[in-house]
Design a protein around this ligand. Structure first.
Ligand code: ZN
Length: 324
């Protein structure tokens, strides 16, 4: 993910004006939602310890850079896990040429499909590749160290692996796809291109709207940090406000305190949700952008918490059951 500092000043000037309107509309939405509450809604029985086991298992592979042995190992692990749970797993292969490397790199998005026959679908997604080096380390020696990216990469996958164990028991009225994007971190130089996987996914989805209509997408990025905070990410609010209201009001109802109903993110974040929104799929980003270990060698499982993942997953579990 990258951020646009120049948007910061603009964002602050609009912040106060919108917070009031936002809080009011979210409270209203929460009240309406609780009145119309689906009586069959199941609380997600998410196991925090199990999610941490998955996160460690992924990190034990080592680096998972696009086109590497590591990411192939992770793909095998993901495919085996979800197929054993009864999901259909589609591997969407493509090649991408990064400006700074100039050669084609094979990439694969993974699409985990629940209720595959439903045309109306929602997406829960994250990237599953890791950055080639820890670019936030100032010491050049550290930059060459092994960067396993526990929160920024493994957390979204681990959360959805644990959530997947309970998908068959949820009362979903629509189809759900878990999508893992390749090529989000395949960046060597500041001028390089971002978001290969999500751009490719959105392009392919556009060709197939007769069979599948994606209503909305929720992107997960750095969702496992200890004491994580999830303010409303600014671009999500501008591009897909109704989904923000649904998700943050659900968190408010479930009393998941990591979600900050009255705060916007400090910066407008460019992430895979940008590519989806540009491609016609309304998408939001749940992201802890103040994670201290972002793109540092210290982004390890010790900095992560199964409880943080459980909070996010419970919100998603309720949200997907409220889609009709
Ligand atoms: Zn990253």
């Amino acid at each position: 993910m990258q951020n646009k500092i120049w948007l910061k000043a603009y964002a602050y000037t609009t912040l106060i004006m919108f917070i009031a309107a936002l809080v009011f509309s979210i409270k209203l939405h929460a009240e309406v939602n609780s009145e119309n509450k689906n009586m069959k809604e199941m609380p997600l029985p998410f196991d925090p310890e199990q999610s941490m086991k998955y996160l460690k298992e992924i990190c034990d592979i080592g680096t998972r850079i696009s086109g590497s042995e590591g990411i192939i190992k992770q793909r095998i692990l993901i495919k085996k896990h979800f197929e054993a749970l009864g999901a259909k797993v589609i591997e969407q292969e493509f090649k991408a040429i990064q400006k700074s490397t100039g050669r084609p790199t094979p990439m694969v998005n993974m699409i985990i499909t629940w209720h595959p026959t439903a045309r109306e679908r929602v997406i829960l997604c994250s990237h599953f590749d890791t950055r080639p080096f820890a670019d936030q380390e100032t010491d050049p020696k550290k930059r060459k160290g092994t960067f396993i990216s526990a929160n920024d990469g493994a957390s979204g996958v681990a959360l959805l692996m644990e959530m997947g164990r309970h998908m068959k028991n949820l009362n979903c009225n629509i189809g759900v796809d878990f999508v893992f994007f390749d090529g989000e971190e395949f960046v060597f130089d500041p001028d390089d291109e971002y978001f290969f996987g999500s751009k490719h996914f959105a392009r392919e989805a556009r060709k197939n709207t007769q069979a599948i209509k994606y209503r909305s997408a929720v992107l997960l990025d750095m969702v496992a940090g200890k004491d994580a905070k999830f303010p409303i990410e600014q671009n999500s609010w501008w591009k897909a406000g109704p989904i923000v209201r649904e998700v943050w009001s659900t968190a408010n109802q479930l009393k998941i305190e990591s979600f900050k109903l009255n705060e916007f993110s400090r910066v407008a974040v460019e992430d895979d949700h940008t590519a989806l929104n540009n491609g016609g799929i309304p998408a939001i980003d749940i992201i802890d952008f103040d994670y201290k270990h972002w793109h540092k060698l210290s982004d390890t499982p010790e900095q992560c918490s199964g409880e943080t993942m459980a909070g996010v997953a419970k919100v998603l579990g309720s949200w997907i059951q409220r889609q009709h």
